[in-house]
Design a protein around this ligand. Structure first.
Ligand SMILES: C[S@@+](CC[C@H](N)C(=O)[O-])C[C@H]1O[C@@H](n2cnc3c(N)ncnc32)[C@H](O)[C@@H]1O
Length: 298
């Protein structure tokens, strides 16, 4: 994303996007980027979303000031994830190309915890991390930093405005390591480790590796959408535009979506939410392994 020209949605248009989400009965809004805390109106945008009753969450790379973090909490931000790519500071710098990034990220985690923000460390399952040991990292995050661990499944996207580089996973050996890392995450979650990702989703990643049907399909374009700074609405990071919601005209979402073509957590996990709200069994299953996490984020 850093290679593209920086652009911001205006506060007025951001409000229109949030109104659209409310009108279409979405429950949550997740602010990502680019770096969302660089947006000059991010606090007002979060305040507006919160005022509408949307559950708000955001990922930051830790470069924001503690003042912004405090203002976001006061504006009603429900959940903040802070990217952390490795326990080794040098590897974090290599991945991000930013000197001292790990220190910045951990400072934000510590500060967020101190002011009572629900916060967790979010790791993209990068090659260094899965090669060096995801278990070591999970212990580091849970025990040393005292927050839950969450992960982003590695993704390559260059179809629409959301760009991610995940090309290295074509490599066969890394794919084996990735699968082992997912198995380890599921096993540690079941042992009571604080893992922010829902268990059903982690199981579905393993089912994908086995070519089995998932517990839950993705509903990108129906129950979850990606909206960019231009107001263009997409089913996900890998599909083309459905419509623009700021220019007027038709704004229909898709119907009866059942997709299992990728595993991007940003879309797979919110797709489970409507199912969980309708299924006490699923809610109980997830609650069972969320208990230890509650003590870290409640
Ligand atoms: C794209 S960033 C945007 C938010 C913020 N600027 C940050 O760096 O955290 C959101 C999350 O995606 C993760 N990410 C980066 N590249 C990725 C990739 N190729 N596949 C999956 N997740 C990735 C980041 O580590 C981060 O946790």
């Amino acid at each position: 994303m850093y290679k593209t020209k920086p652009e911001n949605i205006s506060l007025e248009n951001a409000k229109k996007v949030l109104d659209f989400l409310l009108k279409n009965r979405f429950l949550t809004v997740y602010f990502t980027g680019g770096e969302p805390t660089l947006h000059p109106d991010i606090v007002d945008i979060v305040r507006y979303a919160n005022g509408l009753g949307l559950v708000t969450s955001m990922t930051t790379n830790g470069t924001s000031s503690t003042k912004t973090v405090e203002e976001l909490k006061e504006a009603g931000l429900y959940l903040l994830s802070v990217s952390l790519d490795h326990w080794d500071a040098g590897k974090c710098e290599n991945i991000r190309g930013y000197r001292g990034v790990k220190h910045r990220e951990e400072e934000v985690i510590k500060f967020g915890k101190d002011i009572g923000l629900r916060i967790y460390a979010l790791a993209y399952l990068n090659p260094d991390l899965i090669h060096d040991g995801i278990e070591v990292f999970m212990r580091y995050v849970n025990h040393r930093l005292g927050v839950p661990f969450g992960f982003c499944y590695p993704t390559e996207s260059s179809v629409n405005t959301y760009r991610l580089n995940g090309r290295h996973y074509v490599d066969g050996e890394l794919n084996v390591k990735l699968r082992e890392a997912i198995q380890a995450i599921l096993s540690l979650k079941r042992q009571g480790f604080g893992v922010a990702n829902v268990e059903t989703y982690v199981e579905d990643i393993l089912r994908f590796f086995e070519n089995s049907a998932p517990n839950f399909y993705c509903r990108g374009g129906e129950d979850v959408v990606y909206i960019d700074w231009l107001g263009d609405v997409y089913p996900c990071f890998l599909r083309r535009k459905l419509f623009n919601l700021l220019r007027g005209g038709e704004t229909s979402l898709l119907k009866n979506v059942r997709c299992n073509e990728c595993l991007i957590s940003c879309f797979r996990e919110p797709s489970i939410l409507p199912e969980a709200l309708a299924s006490p069994k699923l809610l109980l299953k997830e609650a069972r392994y969320s208990f230890d996490m509650r003590s870290m984020i409640a």
